[in-house]
Design a protein around this ligand. Sequence first.
Ligand SMILES: [Zn+2]
Ligand SMILES: [Zn+2]
Length: 242
Amino acid sequence: MKLEIDTHTHSIASLHAYSTIDELAKGAAERGLAGFVLTEHGPALHGGLPHPYYFGNMAVLPDRISGVRLFRGVELNVIDDAGGLDLTLKYLRALDFVMAGLHEACFPPDSKEVNTRAMIAAIENPYVDCISHPGNPAYPADYEEIVKAAVRCGKALEINNSSFKVRRGSEENCRTIACLAKRYGCLVSCGSDAHYRADVGRFDEALAVIVEAGIDGERIVNLTLDSFAEFSKRRRAERKAA
Ligand SMILES: [Zn+2]
Ligand SMILES: [Zn+2]
């Protein structure tokens, strides 16, 4: 199985990443991808940077760079357990892909109950399309309830390739999530979480977990350019209607 789109990448605008958007696009092209999603961190992670205007001005970017399709996204920070996010909603309507995730600087790890409630509230937020790295072991959670919420809301859960390296102990959690996703028919997205150009499209370990769980290709939102464009189109319409 080969994925055509990388749904999770960061440029230098994310402040702890090391490649420009052009370099990420070259990385995607070199990896043979059809496209990638630029998903800078929401402003709460680094004291208000990038400025919200960064996300509001993304229309100036071309749809194709270095022969690959650029999708405009974000990786928001979950900031409470009631569905709160760190970017003005008006900017989210225009984006192609809105991820939200738990990061230590914005949502200190809490009890299993609170972490679960925070992830489910984010899933239920009509502006969110996908939860990034839900298998992070820093945030013990009830994965069955999270998967069921994602199915109920038509949202995706990410199997994040960088988790195997930077979030130690993620592997078993990702396997559990993938097995539950298979059982309940949950949508998944497979992202590299690249913070450097050479890592764009690097998702072998995450994809192996998805394949091993037996998840159907139709449930992987970024399997092909068309499947991702279709998911994005549906979610954009749902965000506009929210
Ligand atoms: Zn993240
Ligand atoms: Zn990320």
